[in-house]
Design a protein around this ligand. Structure first.
Ligand code: FNR
Length: 416
């Protein structure tokens, strides 16, 4: 209501409130490459478009004369109470959106008490983000490296840094066909961006040193060991300083080591058992779209699921994430939390996902746009706008609590 009152009395918001206007403003503020990486999806962008369009096929049917004076947005997840059913989706390479990257986002999350899921491709080491977050929850998102020792190191660092859950993203074992990035000949990782989790890791540092010490050939020029040592020591000295990456550039050996180890297309369900040996954190699988995969996840003892298609960035033509949600909710049948992302642009969108059975929703691109426009304040403003609209939608729909946002609140009660 504070946002509303300020608007009524002529104060302009920090960033545009209307989702399309927010996106347009961010586009103007960002470089073409950064914009294409953040806003772009796979192929002809069909799944990205389907993700947002899917919300238009569900209609909320408001109920009247319900006492909604007191509304409760709090939500329980993994034995902890969150202020709202909203988390910050893991987003990599935030240095493209803003110089302060995760530092700014953590301060926005901290101001609102919302959990931030820190990416393996973050621009700031997870330990520094944890410090920035203070009492706000950190979750860690894992890209399971081709090198198990490195993957294990990430997982153990996350637990030691106080992460409350481990989100394993399964849909990006190969990078999707990102047409806009290909046209701009741009891959941020190849330019050393988004590698702070790696360069701050002792296992990765050792692998990089070993690679740099291999004999140099004319065809495959390697940086000198001295160059590698200097950048690694810089990375150690200023682990939280994204300028280390931006200005000095990483040695080729580090980028090559990353490219060698990033993806692991041979992973199967049986590998999950190893993860259990590395951590006692709740394990959440992100990127599920098939109800049978949700069943397999339960059989393999996972603690939660994120229904997601990575914002349409992986398979162009894939099912809209919202269309995959009800079937997965039915298959899981309340045994573990089901989270949702891909296409959420507003509080009303979040309401619809919750009504279709999601326990909580991850917000992705919108807060990145806020970050690009106005740093920590911009990201925080976007989160506040979504929370405010969710709260209003609940009240106006005649719903007092998150648990009461059921399929009965929609005109399209899907059987599953
Ligand atoms: C992502 N996403 C993502 N997911 C993940 O598990 N690890 C990551 O590092 C990233 N990085 C990333 C970067 C950018 C620029 C985007 C847009 C997305 C996917 C993200 O967590 C989430 O699934 C999508 O953002 C959801 O789609 P929308 O709602 O943002 O369109």
């Amino acid at each position: 209501s504070a946002i509303y009152r300020a608007g009524v009395f002529g104060h302009r918001p920090t960033v545009p409130v209307e989702p399309a206007a927010l996106e347009a403003a961010a586009r103007k503020a960002m470089s073409p490459r950064s914009w294409s990486y953040v806003a772009g999806s796979a192929g002809q962008q069909r799944t990205a478009a389907a993700n947002t369009a899917a919300f238009g096929r569900h209609q909320i049917v408001p109920r009247m004369l319900v006492d909604v004076e007191e509304r409760d947005l709090t939500t329980e997840l993994f034995g902890r109470t969150l202020p709202a059913p909203l988390l910050l989706a893991p987003i990599g390479v935030l240095e493209m959106a803003h110089r302060e990257a995760e530092h700014a986002v953590a301060s926005a999350a901290r101001a609102l008490g919302l959990p931030m899921i820190v990416s393996t491709q973050a621009s700031v080491p997870m330990e520094d983000v944890a410090a920035d977050l203070g009492a706000s929850p950190m979750w860690y998102q894992l890209y399971w490296s081709r090198d198990d020792e490195l993957a294990e190191s990430f997982v153990r660092r996350a637990e030691a840094a106080g992460a409350q859950a481990l989100v394993v993203t399964l849909d990006t074992h190969l990078l999707g066909w990102r047409t806009r990035d290909l046209d701009l000949a741009y891959l941020p990782f190849a330019q050393g961006q988004g590698l702070a989790q790696y360069t701050s890791d002792p296992v990765f540092q050792r692998m990089t040193r070993e690679r740099a010490n291999q004999p140099r050939t004319e065809r495959d020029p390697r940086p000198t060991p001295a160059a590698v040592r200097s950048v690694l020591s810089q990375a150690r000295r200023f682990p939280g300083d994204v300028r280390t990456n931006l200005r000095s550039g990483l040695p080729r050996a580090a980028v090559e080591t990353f490219l060698d180890t990033f993806s692991r297309s041979s992973l199967t369900w049986d590998d999950l058992a190893r993860l259990r040996e590395w951590t006692s954190l709740p394990i959440v699988l992100k990127g599920l779209q098939h109800a049978d995969d949700a069943r397999l996840a339960l059989e393999h003892g996972v603690d939660g699921i994120v229904v997601s298609n990575h914002g349409g960035r992986q398979v162009d033509g894939a099912i809209a994430s919202l269309d995959a949600l009800p079937g997965i909710v039915d298959a899981v049948d309340g045994r573990v939390p089901v989270l949702f992302d891909s296409g959420v642009r507003s509080g009303a969108d979040a309401f619809i996902a919750l009504a279709l059975g999601a326990d909580a929703v991850l917000l992705g691109r919108p807060w990145v746009y806020g970050l690009a426009l106005a740093g920590a304040h911009g990201a925080q403003a976007v989160l506040e706008h979504v929370l405010a609209e969710l709260d209003l939608t609940m009240g106006l729909a005649g719903v007092r609590s998150v648990a009461d946002i059921t399929r009965e609140t929609l005109a399209t009660p899907t059987a599953g």
